[in-house]
Design a protein around this ligand. Sequence first.
Ligand SMILES: Cc1cc2nc3c(=O)[nH]c(=O)nc-3n(C[C@H](O)[C@H](O)[C@H](O)COP(=O)(O)O)c2cc1C
Length: 265
Amino acid sequence: MRIVLTAGAAPRLESAKDFKRFSIALEATLTAERSAAVAPVAELEDADHAWVRPDAIRAISPFAGQPDWENGFAAMVGFAVKHGWVDTQGRIRAHIETIEALPPVDADAFRQAMRRFASGVCIVAAGDGEARCGMTVSAFSSVSAEPPIVLVCLNRRAAAHACVTSAPSFSINILRADQTEEAMLFAGQRVRHGAARFDHDWEAGDHGAPLLKTALQSLTCTSLAQHEAGSHTVLIGRVVSVTAGSPDAALVNYDGALGRFDRAS
Ligand SMILES: Cc1cc2nc3c(=O)[nH]c(=O)nc-3n(C[C@H](O)[C@H](O)[C@H](O)COP(=O)(O)O)c2cc1C
């Protein structure tokens, strides 16, 4: 197995079931700050070696807890003990190898590419009363139908980020074609900010998140998991209720502009 550490991403375990190899792969861009780069999983011994905490390996192994994997992992640790590669704290010594930085992609070229993906637009909202918060999001996707799971990607710099990601539940309110103004309001593009944006069109939902009564459809989720990726948090929610909804014309985000999608048009 190999722990892969790349810029802007959580540690990843590659070849998790290969118990014959154990190393840390450090992206070349991170080698100047080795100690900080390995810190999520290990403590540095010297430039080429680190002591890896077994709990950190379990935390990133997709197979942790499965008997086959646990047996293989225990055998690997046993082998390391024999060679003196496990210290008194149970940490396992790993060689640090440097891997090529991923090929750079121009940020503007990436944004331009993503503009070609048409998506709906929704407002993610959470909180109660004066603590209500929300933001316009197009990075919303279904993950699983049974059980019903969705995800949204939220910029950590957005004012609503802390409030939405720390709330026990949040709502996703899919906007109608005529709700460009709502989209702009919750994108921080208007003078009103914060809870003042929740007017008479909003109501308190049964599960503790505000619902936009005029939305095409609203879903309420309890927070299931979060994953940091680059500048954003991927927030995963288990859907606990959906409103009745309607198939009216939807607001669509495409090529840097908001438009209308109508099945009849
Ligand atoms: C159409 C549209 C789609 C957006 N999609 C996202 C998104 O998926 N994720 C995100 O973090 N921000 C997205 N934003 C930007 C946020 O809405 C915006 O950064 C945030 O509301 C800023 O809030 P603040 O100025 O109060 O911090 C989108 C904005 C618009 C207009």
